[in-house]
Design a protein around this ligand. Structure first.
Ligand SMILES: Cc1cc2nc3c(=O)[nH]c(=O)nc-3n(C[C@H](O)[C@H](O)[C@H](O)COP(=O)(O)OP(=O)(O)OC[C@H]3O[C@@H](n4cnc5c(N)ncnc54)[C@H](O)[C@@H]3O)c2cc1C
Length: 284
């Protein structure tokens, strides 16, 4: 399959990219890794008039440490995150999440920012941004704004990013020494998007669970925190009893969709199994 014809702009700077977005309006699309956009164009499910290639904007690639947080540049490739040397539980979570994204060639090209902008409900980076209440930086010719994860993901493949805005980074909080994290997924084939994915980040001190964060992917129109599971875990001894109760609570509280990959009931059961598994596998 071949895409419909389009104009091509290779941006040499962020202002050049935002100026081009301004010029083309709804008809201009940012090209990052191309791993989601180009298949859509090849199937003629997307027919942008212009592609604005940000591949040369090296300033948008990589991790930047800031006090208490890390900024992940939009153009950071999945593979860079799989190999990132960041210490501590956030580093563990970044590496473990990246390993679940597609296949190696996809991880070589695809970008963190592209995934967050694309907003697949089972995307690992959308889940991580939701799990940790990350903040999205969006830049346009009108200026810069920060959008919290809660206000960013609207529904399947839809965010509150405006057509004239370039996503430049996502800021995530650094996790402390008492944090324990895990990501587990169920996929039909290696490299596929997860049918259900679970990401957890909990503090554990003297064997007791403190702050608990549980994020579910593939069960709604966007990644969702399981507030039911989090409430069950907080303040409890970290162990089988709390983990089983939390996974039951998480499963009871979701109303997942049914599709060709699995019924709602099947997904709910996956939530029950995977939340428990993630909690049992938490590590620093
Ligand atoms: C077979 C296959 C399996 C996959 N499996 C997974 C998986 O398991 N998990 C997963 O998360 N992903 C998976 N993906 C998708 C992959 O991770 C993509 O890399 C990702 O979704 C999009 O990133 P990209 O850089 O390729 O973006 P592109 O394809 O270039 O762009 C995607 C969309 O985001 C917009 N966009 C991109 N960057 C920006 C920006 N900086 N600012 C504003 N808008 C922007 C584009 O205009 C476009 O609309 C899979 C893809 C394939 C083909």
């Amino acid at each position: 399959m071949k895409p419909a014809s389009f104009a091509y702009v290779r941006a040499a700077s962020v202002p050049e990219a935002t100026a081009a977005l301004d010029r083309f309006g709804d008809e201009g699309k940012i090209l990052a890794g191309g791993q989601s956009l180009l298949p859509l164009m090849n199937f003629r499910l997307a027919r942008p008039e212009a592609l604005i290639d940000i591949g040369d904007l090296r300033e948008l690639a990589g991790l930047r440490a800031q006090p208490g947080q890390v900024s992940v540049g939009a153009l950071t490739r999945h593979l860079d995150l799989e190999r990132c040397g960041l210490d501590g539980p956030l580093g563990t979570l970044l590496r473990a999440s990246a390993a679940h994204v597609g296949h190696l060639p996809i991880r070589t090209r695809g970008t963190f920012g592209g995934s967050v902008a694309h907003a697949d409900p089972a995307s690992e980076w959308c889940m991580l941004t939701t799990l940790l209440d990350g903040s999205v930086t969006a830049v346009s010719t009108a200026g810069k704004r920060q959008i919290t994860a809660r206000d960013f993901f609207e529904t399947v493949f839809t965010t509150t990013l405006r057509p004239d805005e370039l996503l430049t980074a996502v800021t995530l909080p650094l996790l402390g020494d008492t944090h324990r994290v895990a990501v587990v997924e169920f996929t039909r084939r290696a490299g596929d998007f997860a049918v259900v994915a679970v990401m957890v980040a909990c503090t554990v001190q003297d064997g007791t669970l403190g702050e608990a964060r549980v994020c579910l992917g593939g069960v709604a129109d966007r990644p969702v925190r399981s507030l039911a599971a989090e409430a069950v875990l907080t303040g409890q001894p970290a162990g089988t009893e709390a983990f089983v109760a939390a996974s039951d609570a998480a499963a009871a509280a979701v109303t997942p969709p049914s599709d060709i990959h699995g019924s709602a009931e099947y997904r709910r059961d996956l939530v029950r199994v995977l939340v428990r598994r993630a909690l049992e596998r938490m590590q620093p």
